[in-house]
Write a new protein. Structure first.
Length: 174
């Protein structure tokens, strides 16, 4: 974005135009207009801009570099605890990240948090070997919570209402 467009945003804002009108006039998004105004307020800039300010100086004031945080100083999450928590119903990685950020303000952003978790998870053994004697145990594949199905004719609540045959032919397998 050329700095002259940002200057134009600040000029129109000082003139009392709404963010929507400024966005249409400068041909940029309304959220970008709001962002530039907020950045200018944070930098203590208003309209008119100081005459001795160059485009590079303006860019440095509006878009300062992020504070350098050493990767080894950022707190890591307890990945094994997160992995166990993810198995609980209703728990998502996004929810766990929000809890992590509530505790560690200078922690990782969501995308890096997910990358680190997936890298940690990639190191886990993907199989679970089970030695068993045939017929000694029964294994059930659990697919999660089931929903109730209500039979529209009888009002009966059951899970197999969709699978009741309406007509059975002789010798048919249901």
């Amino acid at each position: 974005m050329p700095m002259r467009k940002i200057g134009e945003v600040l000029r129109l804002h000082a003139g009392g135009l709404s963010k929507r009108r400024i966005a249409i006039s400068v041909n940029i998004g309304r959220t970008a207009v709001g962002d530039y105004i907020t950045r200018a307020d944070r930098a203590g800039l208003g309209w008119p801009l100081p005459e001795d300010i160059s485009d590079e100086d303006l860019e440095r004031l509006l878009f300062p570099p992020p504070p350098a945080v050493s990767p080894d100083r950022r707190p890591l999450a307890d990945w094994s605890l997160l992995h166990r928590e993810l198995k609980r119903p209703g728990v998502t990685l996004s929810l766990l990240w929000e809890e992590y950020r509530a505790v560690h303000r200078d922690g990782y952003g969501y995308s890096r948090f997910c990358e680190l978790y997936r890298a940690w998870k990639g190191g886990l053994a993907p199989t679970m070997r089970q030695a068993h004697v045939a017929g000694e145990k029964m294994f059930v594949d659990y697919a999660g919570a089931t929903m109730e199905v209500i039979d529209g004719l009888t009002g009966e609540v059951n899970w197999f209402a969709y699978f009741k045959p309406t007509r059975v032919r002789a010798g048919a397998v249901c």
